[in-house]
Design a protein around this ligand. Structure first.
Ligand SMILES: Cc1cc2nc3c(=O)[nH]c(=O)nc-3n(C[C@H](O)[C@H](O)[C@H](O)COP(=O)(O)OP(=O)(O)OC[C@H]3O[C@@H](n4cnc5c(N)ncnc54)[C@H](O)[C@@H]3O)c2cc1C
Length: 244
């Protein structure tokens, strides 16, 4: 059952260009794929902002926030002791398939993959493919929980110069999991489909209630409309109707 709580911010650190690791105190449950609705304001903007759980340990939860607009700017500006309101956990957890698993993240899509790597490694071997626009960050953290970490950066500031789809090859994996912009997800899906490797994609849609009541985050799948907040955010790629 999701809970609503307001807790003080424990730390908020800029870990990369426009990316903040926001930590809050408290025993918040979360499984890979799940997210919380966050807010640190009263009425404006009206909606809370969905954020994947980056990590959780006893007594602390963290989110990796990429600044985009008004809400994420407000979250990025929080200081230790400021109140943060969390509603969750929301979404359906994604399970590890086992065997050799690849996690593929582009831009803010790396956010849900750390918890997935940490939890999935008990079920098999996990490799991470991470794509950054500017200089890479948090790579040592991923190296602690993944067997191999492959890095690409668009500006060539670390790892291979290019985007994550240029370094990712699905061959040899039993399952892949990807999060990032739609165009990247479609390219990862094309590669996985050709290689016959199952893929789960983490979809992002603007959402309001987070619990399936407003139906604002519906996406088209082969089985009809499904809700990112309740049925996802992770879906088998073969069920998604791709627009591109
Ligand atoms: C389930 C889920 C998990 C997410 N996890 C993370 C995370 O861990 N870290 C992170 O940085 N972001 C995450 N996002 C995206 C994040 O919620 C949006 O970037 C944020 O809501 C934007 O709010 P804003 O007020 O800053 O921007 P706004 O001013 O509302 O919009 C600024 C720009 O962001 C775009 N945008 C707004 N909401 C979304 C959205 N939900 N998805 C994609 N683009 C959006 C708008 O189209 C606009 O171009 C997640 C989204 C979902 C649905």
């Amino acid at each position: 059952m999701p809970c609503l709580s307001t807790v003080p911010v424990a730390a908020n650190e800029e870990v990369g260009p426009g990316a903040f690791l926001l930590r809050a105190e408290g025993d918040f449950p979360a499984a890979p794929g799940q997210f919380y609705l966050l807010r640190a304001w009263d009425r404006d903007p009206p909606l809370s902002r969905p954020m994947s759980v980056f990590d959780r340990k006893c007594g602390q939860i963290s989110f990796l926030i990429f600044v985009r607009g008004q809400g994420t700017r407000r979250l990025a500006g929080l200081r230790p002791g400021d109140p943060l309101t969390l509603f969750g956990p929301l979404g359906t957890p994604v399970r590890p398939r086992g065997g050799r698993m690849a996690l593929v993240g582009g831009g803010s899509g790396i956010a849900p993959l750390y918890l997935a790597a940490k939890e999935f490694r008990t079920a098999g071997e996990v490799d991470a493919f991470l794509g950054f626009r500017d200089r890479p960050f948090l790579v040592p953290l991923f190296q602690e929980v993944a067997s191999r970490v492959h890095v690409a950066s668009e500006v060539g500031a670390g790892g291979v110069k290019g985007v994550v789809t240029e370094i990712f090859r699905p061959h040899g994996y039993d399952a892949c999991y990807a999060c990032g912009p739609d165009g990247m997800l479609e390219r990862v899906w094309q590669a996985c489909r050709s290689a016959g490797v199952p893929l789960w994609v983490f979809l992002e849609e603007r959402m309001a209630c987070g619990v399936g009541a407003c139906r604002g985050c519906a996406v088209r799948t082969v089985g009809g409309f499904r809700l990112v907040c309740r049925d996802g955010p992770a879906f088998p790629a073969e069920e998604v109707i791709w627009d591109g």
